[in-house]
Design a protein around this ligand. Structure first.
Ligand code: ADP
Ligand code: MG
Length: 634
């Protein structure tokens, strides 16, 4: 993309050209010369305003891709000049048509630039400095130069520039730029904070945990800035369309110029070449598909910007289009529908020393980033003792094995117990939560029942999805059937599959997609812990942005900044509104085009009306596209 400065310089230059050409054109009307001199006179404003179009058209011909709008404008205006030479010496029309076209182009680039700028400014979360404390003095530093582990100071009213952990102070944060959530979030010492939030009340000292380039703000800006480079099918539709449309128009114009005069000649009448050539040229001018070409990318851009304001990052127009066509939503359980924060509810069998069990579990889980691991570590507060932990192996969807003080300990589900040869003791108690088994040297020790809670909005999220037209909801989990059943009943999910390994999740989603045979798309929503591959396989991968892993955010098409499943239906409604606008613009522009083409062919529209109609349609389409930005109330 061109830089803002370059664009505005070009806009200024073009405006000057347009003004000079119009002044010259009007002045020359009153100059009393004729014949070749009049032609030369009018060529001056014509070339001033149209030279770049002529050059582009010429380049198109050289590259054997002549059929674009520059070609159409060039042929039409040169044609008009030829008609003038043959007839009354009126070259005003040729200049005026080129002039109008350039006015339209100018308006278009102005409007697009303006709306792009306003969309980007809505996403303007880039901090310009970080306050680094040095010898008691605060120094404003480029965030790029702040090393991990530096303590930065964020005063009230400032944006947090880099992700980190609060070491001093407490405050409330406004996270709305990231999540769309308007309620402030209270934070205190020890809390992790992400960049992009605005500090509202107290002074905070934050130890950075990431470099600026890896911080949330940078990642978001990256996503948004690169969003429009991933093209959607509707955008491809335009290039496909242009490939057939332009030649079709050119040949129709040729036919219009040649056939009627020939036929009248054959029938013995006067051929009236000038009239039909003029009509053919008008036909060409009318046929420029400018409104489509400009309004479709702009609609997508506005839709993506609007979604971004609501805390939904959509990585490209193709993702938005896919989201609009989704009718099946597949969920991961842990961390997606549930909070992923487990509490220990029971430890069995009663004979086992529960402290030993927790001690082993917490140690084995020392290096795991799974939510279960974090919860087990939290449940045992003396984890950082001098026990030796080696050979840690994490088996996705099963658990972890490690050697603790030389003894092999396995912590995980029944599948893992089977693979280490430990025989699970039958338990007389009922378990509704997640059961984590512990074995030492292949001998079963006991299990810890932990329980997660569903997110407060999960149930409403499922209901909203149904209202938004999702016909099938599915939950896939590596957890036990009992734990899965409990969550799915509570939330009203149609279908559950439990005990799945990460690769099983992939094949389940592939099956779901295969069974549809292209009717309706399938989205997968996950936190990326063990399910990043599924995010890639699904038609639309939706990742939890705050809790989710970096891999998930990479792999996903859509990222929910605040992990709120309610945002899924919101994202779908935003996507549908955007697609509706795209479709409106396509039909509206094509409709007006078709009407003008017919009128042009019948001789009821001249070149002037053609250009004015085109500019009008374009303005309407651009204004309509901007509607996609407004999504608050959806
Ligand atoms: P989900 O599909 O619900 O997100 P996962 O695929 O991450 O769950 O894990 C499935 C199951 O594997 C868990 O319910 C747990 O029993 C076991 N498991 C996975 N990772 C671990 C771990 N780090 N520690 C203990 N158990 C684990
Ligand atoms: Mg998970």
């Amino acid at each position: 993309m061109e830089g803002d400065d370059a664009v505005s310089r070009k806009q200024k230059k073009n405006l000057v050209r347009i003004i000079i050409a119009s002044v010259l054109m009007v002045a020359f009307i009153f100059v009393p010369v004729s014949g070749i001199w009049r032609l030369l006179l009018f060529l001056v404003p014509y070339l001033v305003v149209g030279y770049d179009i002529l050059i582009k058209a010429f380049k198109g011909i050289i590259h054997l891709q002549p059929f674009d709008e520059c070609f159409l404008m060039s042929v039409a205006t040169i044609g008009a000049i030829v008609v003038g030479m043959m007839g009354d010496g009126d070259y005003v029309e040729a200049v005026a048509v080129m002039l109008f076209y350039q006015v339209g182009e100018w308006f278009q680039s102005y409007a697009v630039g303006k709306s792009r700028k306003s969309i980007s400014s809505l996403m303007d979360i880039r901090p310009d400095h970080a306050n680094v404390e040095k010898d008691g003095e605060i120094e404003e530093t480029d965030p790029d130069e702040v090393a991990v582990g530096t303590v930065i100071v964020v005063r009230p009213g400032e944006r947090i520039p880099i992700d980190g952990v609060i070491t001093e102070g407490s405050s409330s944060l406004n996270t709305s730029a990231l999540t769309g959530e308007s309620l402030p979030k209270d934070v205190m010492v020890g809390d992790e904070v992400i960049s992009g939030c605005v500090n509202m009340t107290g002074v905070l000292r934050i130890r950075t945990t990431k470099e600026f380039g890896e911080s949330t703000v940078s990642r978001i800006l990256d996503l948004v800035e690169n969003a429009s480079s991933r093209k959607s099918r509707s955008e491809n539709f335009i290039s496909r369309f242009a490939r057939y449309y332009t030649p079709a128009v050119v040949f129709s114009a040729l036919a219009l110029a040649l056939l009627p005069p020939f036929i009248t000649m054959l029938c013995g009448g006067a051929a009236r070449w000038g009239l039909w050539i003029y009509r053919a040229l008008t036909f060409l001018v009318i046929s420029c598909p400018c409104a489509l070409v400009i309004s479709i990318p702009l609609s997508f851009f506005a839709g993506i910007g609007g979604a971004g304001r609501e805390g939904v990052l959509v990585k490209g127009s193709n993702c938005l289009e896919a989201l609009a066509g989704t009718d099946t939503v597949v969920f991961d359980k842990t961390g997606t529908l549930t909070k992923g924060v487990f509490e220990v509810v029971a430890i069995h069998p009663d004979s086992v020393d529960s402290n030993t069990l927790l001690h082993l579990a917490a140690h084995v889980e020392r290096y795991s980033s799974h939510p279960i691991a974090a919860s087990l570590r939290a449940a045992y507060s003396f984890e950082l003792d001098d026990c030796e932990i080696n050979d840690v192996r994490e088996i996705s969807g099963q658990g972890v094995t490690a050697s603790v003080n030389g003894e092999t300990v396995a912590v995980g589900n029944s599948r893992l117990m089977e693979s280490v040869g430990a025989v699970i003791q039958k338990c007389p108690h009922d378990h509704v939560g997640t059961v984590i088994h512990v074995a030492k040297n292949g001998v079963y020790l006991g299990h810890i029942e932990i329980s997660d809670v569903v997110k407060p909005t999960s149930s409403q999220a499922i209901a909203e999805l149904r209202r938004a037209g999702v016909t099938r909801t599915v939950m896939l989990t590596g957890d036990s059937a009992a734990a899965a059943e409990k969550v799915s009943k509570e939330l009203g999910i149609d279908e559950v599959h439990s005990g799945l390994l990460p690769e099983d999740k992939v094949s389940r989603v592939e099956d779901l997609i295969g069974a549809k045979k292209g009717k309706g798309l399938t989205a997968f929503v996950g936190d990326g812990i063990n399910d990043a591959p599924v995010l890639t396989v699904a038609d639309v991968g939706i990742a939890m942005g705050a809790l989710g892993s970096d891999a998930a955010i990479e792999a996903a098409d859509v990222v929910l900044m605040d992990d709120d499943p309610l945002k899924i239906s919101k994202a779908m409604r935003i996507a549908r509104k955007c697609m509706a606008i795209v479709r409106e613009n396509i039909w509206f522009s094509l409709g007006v085009k078709a009407a003008c083409l017919v009128l042009g062919a019948l001789g009821l529209a001249n070149m002037w009306t053609a250009v004015i109609a085109d500019v009008g349609v374009m303005i309407a389409a651009v204004l309509n596209a901007i509607r996609a930005l407004f999504v608050k109330k959806l």
